[in-house]
Design a protein around this ligand. Sequence first.
Ligand code: SF4
Length: 197
Amino acid sequence: MGRTYAYVIGDKIYLNITNRCPNRCVFCIRENEQGVGYDLWLDAEPTAEQALAAAGDVSAFREVVFCGYGEPLLRWEVIKEVARELKVRYDANIRINTNGLAEAVLQRKILPELEGLVDTISISLNAADAEQYDRLCHSELGPEAFNHMLQFARDSKLYIPRVVLSVVQIPGFDPEPARKIAEELGVEFRIRPHQTG
Ligand code: SF4
């Protein structure tokens, strides 16, 4: 357990603000011993001040990404505060990697709060239907999770300039039906490589 609130991969800096997540995806990097090469298990979630201190001067990075071993939007208030500050100080380009379920879990609208603060939202689509999603993601929201995530993707277009739906290329997974969903929603589609140990 530690306090790695920020880490760097290439020209991006990642902010690790929570380990909480309503899902238990079979391909989750949390299940992978090597992970991303950093110990991202937190013994305490950072405050906005701690996240800002860990990020430091981000002007050299192409993007600041909220992610973590968990669902960052469960802490949308921290994201809001940190993103606003990083924009004011460094005109940072802000992205959130999300499973798109925080609004359903917290039972409140979050997206309107992010308008003007977040440039890109990357939502894990992960499947082409509710049954497949349930099989892969084991969400505590059950099979309804898939529809919550899709609604979140639709609503994201109203508040965030760039919306991306992504799937993980796990063996035997056909990404084409998922690509169609992204096309129908009018958002970008991305296939992420499966990280193996
Ligand atoms: S939604 Fe993301 S953090 Fe949560 S279990 Fe799935 S891959 Fe892991």
